[in-house]
Design a protein around this ligand. Sequence first.
Ligand SMILES: [Zn+2]
Length: 348
Amino acid sequence: MPRDSVPIILHYKDSAFTVYSLEEYSQLPDSLKGSVEQQYYVDSVYNVLQYINTPAAVKEDDGSQDSGFSIVMIVVFGIIAFNIYRLIRQLIKEQNNPADAATFETDEGNEPEPAVRYLIYKGDELKFSDDEVHTVCKKYNPYYQKLNADKQPVFVERVQEFIRSKDFYICSPKGYKEMPILISASAVQITFGLKDFLLPHFSNIIIHPEEYFAYDPFRILVGNVQGHSISLSWKHFLQDYQNPTDGKNVGLHEMAHALQVQYLFRNPKRSNTFKEDYEHYDRIDDDVLNAEKTSGKRLFDENALRNKNEFWATSVELFFEKPIELKTQYPDLYESLRIVLNQDTAAM
Ligand SMILES: [Zn+2]
């Protein structure tokens, strides 16, 4: 079924303008369009939304009703993004610099204006060799570095399968092969002890170069899970993997939310081992949550104590990044996570 194009409402002082295409946008006065950099941003977000909203990009659904809703939410995010962008931009001092990763297309050099403002890769068309996946994981993923040599090929094969099952949307003119490989590797990492690891509910991986905006409530995000999409800020994703023992990892955090959605919320009536084990974890987390609220020596941050879903996602981060501390301070919680995820990170 054809859909209408995606409207973008631009707010300027007391007025609001609605545009329905990039052509209309390009005809606006420069004072409304903002700087060249801001225009790239609008182009990128608009094009990705437009692509997601076309029938060809609508995936075979498993009966859920939330994909339309998620598109609306993403559109709303797009609408507010431009309005807030120039304000926020001043606050973001660090320029995005995705390490020394290699590009998909090696178009380095003096490029005054990139022709492409966003990139879309179908996972099953990205044909990385096992060697490439191994090399990237070996370089950037500390979990993979610690895996026994006989487990590494299994990990690589799972990453390959995960990549093949997703579409990757990069909201930037530059893509890096490390993006699909490492983001898939973070999903494979937390599900490595589980039989089902593909998180089939999530068909889209959306990669932003840095912080991005979301609405309802309005917030700046470095990662989130919504509808059929897992979104991440590449800058934060990489930074977190470069600090593997500080207990913070946005990739693992979002994959933990995705795992909850996949196993607990998608087919809530169908029982599965994960769900049964999770219920055991769920009986323990309240005690730890209360202990943390009154503890002088906190392991969990404020965000984790906000609600049980955040507590779960942060528990998973700690399970991988501070397993010994977690096991020492909260042995029952550690043990329940070890059972839910079917792996023992403290013994690695
Ligand atoms: Zn969260």
